[in-house]
Ligand binder design. Structure first.
Ligand code: GLV
Ligand code: GLV
Length: 324
């Protein structure tokens, strides 16, 4: 008999195939985020919970099913889960690092290029038949090549984003707190303090996890350090940036623009951002490719299954909960 699993939302087909191979799965029948009540109901009697970054997994949910053996998040970020609570109850929490690294770095670059070269308003202008001929000052943007890229958080995704800068002949500055990634593979890159990075970089790209320590890491003071010609790129988590302060900086043009994939109160977007034309706004699609969303689901399913059958999962946040 297969173990059983509750999946909070239908995933791309390759992921669903693997889930059904490994589990007797109950799947959210709707194309929407479940309510807390629905999640509480769904977990009852299950061995495993496979959840998404849009599901807040709090104390009550974690403790509702005494036989719950694993919580497997379909994301590399896990700020949606009360991990200390799961750990206290001895429940392993798994996540999906690695498989989405390159895909998310691609999107960070899509934002860098889009905002610097005014791709979105140019497309709209062209589509609306406003293009009446070549013009010497039509949609003047800024160069990307030869500039300085500042990577806030040289983890896996930060490194993958930085590596792409070589093709654009850019100088790379970075901050890094833990020794997770070998940065020797990036010759010429310079490790600096955040303040120095903000002062010097032309593009500041955020690649750190969100937790109480990184909340509003980039606020009014930090934005003021940036050059008026610089751009802020965020593909990590919204609350790392103080959105009110960002809107002010953009309105007052103390920075040149922003490329955002994530928001402080997702899916709500600050009305000030919507009104601005020097920002590119994406609906949290950093890992959204056919290939990667499938890989993430396979990994999340295999993580959950490994824990349930007493094997080592691909990636776990609280390994101290694994039975020896
Ligand atoms: C996406 O934001 C993720 O954390 O995987
Ligand atoms: C996430 O994969 C990271 O950048 O550490």
């Amino acid at each position: 008999m297969k173990p059983n699993l509750f999946l909070t939302r239908k995933l791309p087909q390759p992921a669903m195939d693997r889930i059904h191979e490994l589990f007797d799965a109950e799947v959210n029948p709707y194309d929407r985020v479940l309510t807390k009540k629905e999640v509480l109901e769904g977990i009852k009697g299950k061995d495993a919970l496979l959840c998404l970054l849009t599901d807040p997994i709090d104390k009550e949910i974690i403790s509702v099913e005494p036989n719950l053996k694993v919580i497997s998040n379909y994301a590399v970020g896990y700020n949606n889960i009360d991990v200390p609570e799961a750990t206290a109850l001895g429940i392993p929490v798994c996540y999906t690092p690695g498989v989405l690294t390159e895909t998310t770095a691609d999107l960070a670059w899509a934002l860098i290029l889009a905002v610097a070269r005014k791709i979105v308003p140019s497309d709209l202008y062209t589509r609306q038949h406003q293009f009446k001929g070549w013009g010497p000052e039509l949609f003047l943007g800024n160069d990307v090549h030869g500039k300085t890229l500042g990577i806030v958080g040289m983890g896996r995704i930060g490194m993958a984003t930085a590596r792409r800068a070589a093709g654009f002949n850019m100088k790379v500055l970075y901050t890094k707190r833990r020794e997770a990634v070998d940065d020797k593979e990036l010759p010429g890159a310079e490790k600096v303090e955040l303040q120095d990075l903000l002062i010097r970089a032309d593009f500041v790209s955020i690649h750190i996890p969100f937790n109480p320590e990184t909340k509003h890491l980039v606020g009014e003071r930090e934005l003021r350090l940036m050059k008026s010609s610089s751009y802020l790129i965020n593909t990590a988590r919204g609350p790392i940036v103080d959105e009110d302060a960002l809107v002010k900086a953009l309105e007052q043009k103390t920075i040149a623009g922003a490329g955002l994939d994530v928001y402080e109160n997702e899916p709500e977007i600050h009305p000030g951002l919507i009104a601005l034309d020097n920002v590119v706004l994406l609906p949290h699609t950093g890992s959204a490719t056919l290939e990667t969303r499938g890989q993430m689901g396979i990994m999340a399913a295999e993580n959950a299954h490994a824990v349930v059958v007493g094997k080592k999962p691909h990636a776990i946040i609280n390994p101290q909960t694994l039975k020896q």
